[in-house]
Write a protein that binds this ligand. Structure first.
Ligand code: ADP
Length: 496
């Protein structure tokens, strides 16, 4: 019998792909109750990569029960903060030890270049666990200065409880780290549902969570689809909080599902981020930064700088250079060392990007470069720049989540903040200028959770990230994320 060659090079990744993957519930690797599995695909070839257990409501119920027990009465409830911190740090070291396996699995599952998985996704996850390991021992209440005499009062910061975490497919391991690290640092227990397109690295992470020594039931990982497993988790009455990253459309569904028991909700949703280049900017730096701002991760980034506004004097220069840069990007399977841009994650995503760009062109936009899928094997789409757009076009208003930039000239620098804010979203923005006053004025005027000045796509575990308007609720990373996973309790003592 012919044995199909594994697409992975790394031994652990090969072994990982060689058998159907189970789910982690209460410290055990289990099949779904229904016995069903689903396929995940390599987006570079469209071939099946692995079979994964298909969890749904019944499996979510078991996982929530395990998380509840671990939170209420299991060893986790008595685990001191320094031990929680130590476990998180140990996990970060185990991820580092298996960095190559994670990078290969991420590339094969998501499509992104191996150089990116290895230099961004995996180290970013390591850093997040390390950063949050330090916070475990620093969750403190306050002593209050009451005006009412005869009382002594203080606050306690307590973990919110059982947390449901639903994550997307664009940075699968990194999003798992952004979610798990703060929840575990403060003492919550978790049911994590990875995206159905890319569940593999979360499952490998589950193995290391066990190896690190987290007690059973503290982290449960249920693989499955959004409409079934995700809906069951966000609507579960015994879940105290749901944290979600994904589309604005699904974010609204989750908010509604969460209303049954009024669980706490944090959402990190879509964007249509403005990136503004003033004529006084360092133009070569602005061009390079803006190309990275839209084309990084095939444009499948919630904060992608997808609306480029360029001061008219330099518009032709900037768009010409960006188009040349886009033409030079080497598209290849992520495992190919020469790959600069991989495929989109799925056929569905390729169809969506194709449809939206076609719609833009029909409405009068012109592609200076790209504007169509590559054709052939895999879900590759050409890096694309659209000009001659109108503010009411779908390609200008709606999130495309692909390598598609709309470039728009402006003449009056005083009006550009209004134009930049002309969106339902507010996740991020870029500003390129050498004028310090202009930079600070723009940073204050733009309604977005992050404003990058003379840079783009800079993330750090210490820098809060999240959205204004329909880009979300709450801030992840930095000390701000601790708010999302803790309750504040006031304790007031009389008879003083
Ligand atoms: P995209 O549209 O980019 O695939 P989604 O927002 O649909 O992103 O998916 C992000 C995550 O949300 C995935 O884990 C997915 O399974 C989950 N999801 C999708 N639909 C629902 C739903 N109705 N309820 C809960 N989770 C969902």
């Amino acid at each position: 019998m012919a044995v199909m060659e594994s697409p992975a090079k790394d031994a652990r990744a090969r072994e990982f792909l060689s058998v159907p993957r189970k789910m982690l519930i209460n410290g055990k690797w289990v099949d779904s109750i229904s016995g069903k599995t689903f396929a995940v695909y390599n987006p570079a070839t469209g071939e099946e990569l692995a079979q994964v257990a298909e969890g749904d409501k019944a499996d979510i119920d078991l996982a929530v029960k395990a998380a509840r027990k671990a939170f209420d009465s299991g060893p986790w409830s008595k685990t001191p903060p320094n031990v929680r911190g130590k476990l998180l740090w140990k996990l970060s070291e185990l991820i580092e030890k298996h960095a190559r396996s994670f990078a290969e699995l991420e590339t094969l599952d998501n499509g992104k270049a191996l150089t990116i998985s290895g230099a961004v996704d995996v180290p970013g996850a390591v850093e997040m666990f390390q950063y949050m390991a330090g916070w475990a021992t620093k969750i403190e209440g306050r002593t209050l200065n009451l005006s009412s005499p005869g009382f002594h009062a203080y606050t306690r910061r307590e973990p919110v409880g059982v947390v449901g975490q639903i994550i997307p497919w664009n940075f699968p391991l990194l999003m798992a780290a952004w979610k798990l690290a703060p929840a575990l640092a403060v003492g919550c227990t978790v049911v994590l549902k990875p995206a159905e397109q890319t569940p593999l690295t979360a499952l490998l992470l589950g193995e290391l969570i066990q190896e690190a020594g987290f007690p059973d039931g503290v982290v449960n990982i249920v693989t499955g689809f959004g409409e079934t497993a995700g809906a069951a988790l966000s609507g579960h009455d015994d879940v105290d909080k749901v944290a979600f990253t994904g589309s604005t459309e699904v974010g609204k569904i989750i908010l509604r599902a969460a209303s049954g028991n009024l669980k706490k909700v944090s959402l990190e949703l879509g964007g249509k981020s403005p990136n503004v280049i003033f004529a006084d900017a360092d133009i070569p730096a602005a061009i390079a930064g803006s190309a990275m701002g839209i084309f990084f991760n095939q444009g499948q980034v919630c904060c992608a700088g997808s609306r480029l506004y360029v001061e008219k004097k330099v518009f032709d220069t900037v768009v010409g250079a960006l188009s040349d840069a886009a033409k030079d990007i080497k598209l290849a399977p992520g495992m190919d060392p020469s790959c600069q841009m991989g495929p989109l994650v799925s056929q569905e995503q390729l169809d969506r990007v194709t449809r939206m760009v076609e719609g833009g062109k029909k409405a009068g936009a012109k592609a200076t470069v790209g504007g169509e899928p590559c054709g052939g094997e895999g879900y590759f789409y050409k890096p694309t720049i659209l000009i001659d757009t109108k503010p009411d076009m779908e390609v200008v208003k709606d999130e495309i989540f692909g390598p598609v930039l709309t470039a728009i000239p402006f003449t009056d620098p005083n009006d550009i903040a209004v134009e930049a804010n002309n969106t339902i979203y507010g996740l991020a923005a870029g500003v390129w200028t050498r004028d310090v006053s202009k930079a600070h004025q723009m940073a204050a005027k733009i309604k977005a959770g992050t404003v990058w000045v003379n840079c783009y796509n800079v993330f750090d575990s210490s820098m809060p990230f999240g959205g204004y308007k329909q880009s979300g609720i709450g801030r992840e990373m930095g000390p701000d994320v601790l708010e999302l996973y803790t309750e504040t309790k006031s304790v007031c003592i009389g008879g003083m």
